[in-house]
Design a protein. Sequence first.
Length: 214
Amino acid sequence: MSTSGDKEVVDNSTEKPTSPYEKPTHYPVKGGRLKRPKSYIVFAWVSIVIRMIPSPDWFVGVDSLDLCEGDQWKDKVTIQLNPIDAGVDKGLTFTSPDWPSKEKISEITSKSPSHPASPFYYPKLNKLPRIGTLTFEKAPIDISDVDNLSDLLDDNDYVEEEGTSTPIDCEVADWGKWGPCQGKCKTGRKIRYRVVVQPAMNGGAECPTLSDEA
């Protein structure tokens, strides 16, 4: 997964770019702690890989996502992230032994791998709840004066997020069916489970219990 393009640094450019696919102008990254970097003129394709710890080869991400339509930037692009198996190690769980695998990269679904040991195996669900969401949104920034942009970045290299985020409460799916009795039914126990549909974010209400015993 890679992005191709002309990587030549253009200094003191007088051309005003009319398309994201034209030769970009790069500005030096200054020291400091990265919060949310400013992006002005960049390549239009994006590839992102986010590892799912502790698995050795499960991840979420996108490959060569084009942020343009024609010769214009898209206003907003949203991608739902689902788990993917890179096929490096053979195993069903996060902590499986380091066995070699000949399988190709594949998407993990609620029914594949088809084995109860898989933490994503929920055969009664049509699809898994999303692992995350990736959103790219075009910011309303005036870049007409590109010649003076590097001077602006000297004084304000990074942009802090402003305002407060909206709290999002946890949401869970309905209870699944009761499992088989463990021990004698009159004195034993049985368990049912439910899964998280939307994790709590930004200080929202935490998730209720995900297992129920009777």
